[in-house]
Write a protein that binds this ligand. Structure first.
Ligand code: SF4
Ligand code: SF4
Length: 215
């Protein structure tokens, strides 16, 4: 079974309505607040600017991105904003939060820039700074990883239960009810946990934690 996020990503959406529907689910999956709350970011964008300094604005990253249809700024525009130091606009945007780290843009960028890492760096700033717009999105990622750490792969039912509990919003599950039902009817979501040995990826997670502590 694929991770839930990937179920919403299709390189070639067939129709406009399907495309819009996917955009809706990508928004709600990352649960981005659509309000225009003022964002204050004390982090320096310098490391991210360094990563994309050689960008020539060719747009190959945008043309390659499977999630571009749901983004408010294209990846190419985002890199321009990063280079211009437009923090307010960057962290009001949902573009980097919708990056599913497929590495397609990184592989195709003619300048060989680490674009997926740059997207990740923006996500880390947003999480570290606890920007309210991304709080729910951070919970989404945290609980996704929690489920993977426990089973070696995501258990959608457990993951969504943890995510909804973290949101502390009893109405949140309603937004996903029809999608969840459709996925269950198609056998894409199991109510039972996967049959894997206990915590098969635990040593990898521990190693990553060790490395992160050294940073
Ligand atoms: S593909 Fe690379 S060079 Fe082209 S716009 Fe994107 S980041 Fe810039
Ligand atoms: S790594 Fe992110 S930004 Fe790049 S193509 Fe994939 S989803 Fe789009």
């Amino acid at each position: 079974m694929q991770p839930l996020v990937k179920l919403f990503v299709n390189r070639y959406p067939e129709t406009i309505s399907e495309r819009n529907e996917k955009a809706f689910y990508m928004d709600t999956a990352t649960d981005l607040d659509r309000t225009n709350a003022v964002v204050t970011v004390s982090d320096d964008l310098a490391p991210v600017q360094e990563m994309v300094r050689a960008c020539i604005q060719c747009g190959t990253c945008t043309a390659s991105c499977p999630n571009e249809f749901a983004m408010d700024h294209t990846p190419r525009q985002l890199w321009r904003m990063v280079l211009m130091g437009q923090k307010e606009e960057i962290f009001q945007s949902k573009t980097f939060a919708l990056c599913s780290a497929c590495y397609y843009c990184t592989l195709r960028c003619p300048r060989g820039l680490p674009l997926t890492e740059a997207m990740d760096a923006l996500k880390q700033i947003a999480a570290r700074e606890e920007i309210s717009k991304y709080k729910d999105s951070v919970q989404f990622y945290k609980n996704f990883l929690k489920s993977i750490r426990r089973h070696g792969r995501v258990n959608e039912m457990e993951f969504m239960t943890l995510y909804f509990a973290a949101l502390k919003n009893p109405l949140a599950p309603l937004r996903f009810a029809s999608l969840g039902l459709r996925l269950m009817l198609k056998g894409k979501v199991s109510l039972l946990p996967p049959f894997t040995r206990k915590r098969p990826l635990e040593s990898i997670f521990r190693k990553v934690e060790e490395l992160e502590e050294r940073l």
